[in-house]
Design a protein around this ligand. Structure first.
Ligand code: BTN
Length: 236
């Protein structure tokens, strides 16, 4: 129970729309208008799906899970927690999944899901947007993404089951302490030991610190910790 009263489960109420600009945009509008914790927006198709750092996110109709949840009093590590939850859901499809900090979910080194957390901390809500490439075929990706994007290779009929699994797994992770989230991210850390470049420097990824930041060890032995959102990473 939260200070504001009993919390319902995730996914209720559920607004499902055939075509939307962006499920995150709609969920933000609902959150700002007072929608309760757990409110879910899904779409078959987005006309203007949004990604992190101003990028766009697109998928052919009906082949991706396109979902956004309104969360009240979200945990500090929500972006990392969401990556872990999605990785667990991907593994239910029989593949092993890693997380590329902060929350890109990789299968076989390819990104199969994207997560966009937006919110108003002062109003104590966040919108957790998750796109999962459930049933995309290799040809569905634009040429510039064909080497890096991946798919769970399921059928379009699996989108609803993927959503149900995601809500169940997320609900469990939202109850868990931050240390458990950090342990899980460290176990799935796709960047550890890789050479990282970002706008202000480069070095070797050396794990995730207690704040959920990416630790980088530079050539001279010094360490820096990067906050999600402040960097656009390249890695080899
Ligand atoms: C990223 O990897 O850059 C994040 C992509 C997030 C995409 C999802 S799809 C559902 C939700 N609605 C949006 O407009 N974006 C998120």
């Amino acid at each position: 129970m939260s200070a504001s009263g009993p919390r319902g489960g995730l996914g209720s109420p559920h607004l499902h729309v055939r075509v939307l600009d962006s499920t995150n945009t709609r969920a933000r509008e609902l959150a700002a208008a007072g929608a309760p914790h757990g409110t879910l927006v899904t779409a078959v198709e987005q006309r203007a799906g949004r990604g992190r750092q101003g990028r766009t996110w697109s998928a052919p109709p009906g082949r991706a899970l396109l979902s956004s949840l309104v969360l009240r009093d979200p945990p500090r590590l929500l972006p990392l927690l969401a990556g872990i939850a999605v990785a667990e859901v991907a593994e239910r499809a029989g593949v092993s999944a890693q997380v590329k900090w902060p929350n890109d979910v990789l299968v076989g080194g390819r990104k199969v899901a994207g997560i966009l957390v937006e919110g108003r901390p002062q109003e104590r809500w966040a919108v957790l947007g998750i796109g999962v490439n459930v049933a995309l075929r290799p040809d569905d990706f634009p040429p510039e993404l064909r080497d890096t994007a991946g798919t769970l290779r399921l059928e379009p009929g699996a989108v609803s089951g993927t959503l149900a699994a995601l809500l169940e797994v997320l609900e469990r992770w939202l109850e868990r302490p931050g240390e458990a989230v950090l342990d899980a991210v460290r176990e799935r850390d796709a960047l550890r030991g890789h050479w990282i470049t970002w706008s202000a420097g480069e070095g070797i990824a050396d794990g995730i610190d207690e704040e959920g930041r990416l630790v980088i060890r530079a050539g001279d032995g010094s360490r820096v910790a990067l906050d999600a959102g402040e960097v656009h990473l390249g890695y080899t």
